[in-house]
Design a protein around this ligand. Structure first.
Ligand code: SAM
Length: 238
């Protein structure tokens, strides 16, 4: 595509976003969250749907078979789709959903009641107070507008989504796991093991390991070529 084509494509995308903002309460809540929380927001698009990760949910269930009533955190739970999905895999679990977008958090709290489930604002003190967790799902959170990265064919995302933001929050989160607990991460733009260096974690081999669904970047922000096979499930080993 020539320079003119790229520019008009960008304008088309902007116009589409503006229309979505006018029409769609969810898009307005994403904008509000971005303005209010700035760099604390990882992925600011809140797309989610029921049973989005059946392979990973089932793998985690098998790995947690010795914990009949696990405590599970869904970090970045959008309007609760992931938490209600997890309920069907873990009927006896205590489920905690953490979300930074206040409008979505209100939507979560309007879901039909479940006595063993709570939704909280995404603050580290609150997340830690509801732990320690046997499993943490951080799905499609540690990424920033991947479709924009694809469209702009970014080879360096260090200014779009700095590794330091990813590593800081992922490390904090990982340390709220109980010993032996699982960290499950899908659709991150960086590799989990790069962020967890020096912490007592190891990748689970086999389940959760396959080709990354989009580009992955090294800690300096440079794209890893070719797109690697990645681990998605990590266990706390201390
Ligand atoms: C693409 S949605 C993913 C929803 C669900 N986990 C899934 O995979 O279907 C990303 C969600 O992460 C939330 N989010 C972004 N930064 C966050 C943060 N720092 N703490 C908690 N949630 C965050 C967004 O508000 C959004 O609802």
């Amino acid at each position: 595509m020539g320079a003119g084509g790229i520019a008009s494509d960008r304008w088309r995308r902007r116009a589409a976003r503006l229309l979505a903002l006018i029409r769609d309460g969810r898009a307005r809540s994403e904008l509000f969250t971005r303005l209010r929380f700035g760099a604390q927001v990882h992925q600011d698009i809140s797309l989610s749907f029921h049973d989005r990760y059946p392979r990973l949910f089932a793998a985690a269930r098998a790995l947690l078979a010795d914990r009949p009533a696990p405590r599970i955190l869904s970090y970045g739970c959008a309007a609760g789709e992931e938490v209600t999905s997890l309920r069907s895999y873990f009927p006896d679990a205590t489920l905690v959903g953490a979300e930074i977008n206040p409008g979505l958090l209100r939507a979560c709290r309007r879901l039909p009641a479940d006595a063993n489930r709570v939704f909280i604002a995404s603050r580290h003190d609150l997340i830690a107070a509801h732990g320690p967790y046997d499993a943490i799902f951080a799905m499609a959170v540690f990424t920033r507008r991947p479709e924009e990265v694809r469209e702009r064919d970014l080879r360096d995302i260090s200014s779009h989504y700095p590794f330091a933001l990813f590593a800081r929050d992922l490390r904090q989160l990982a340390l709220t796991l109980a010993p032996g607990g699982l960290l499950i991460v899908e659709h991150a733009q960086y590799r989990v093991e790069d962020a967890l260096a020096g912490l007592p974690f190891s990748a689970v081999r086999g389940p959760g390991e396959w080709l990354a669904k989009g580009p992955r970047f090294a800690p300096d922000g440079i794209r890893i070529e070719p797109q690697p096979v990645i681990a998605r499930i990590f266990r706390r080993t201390d």
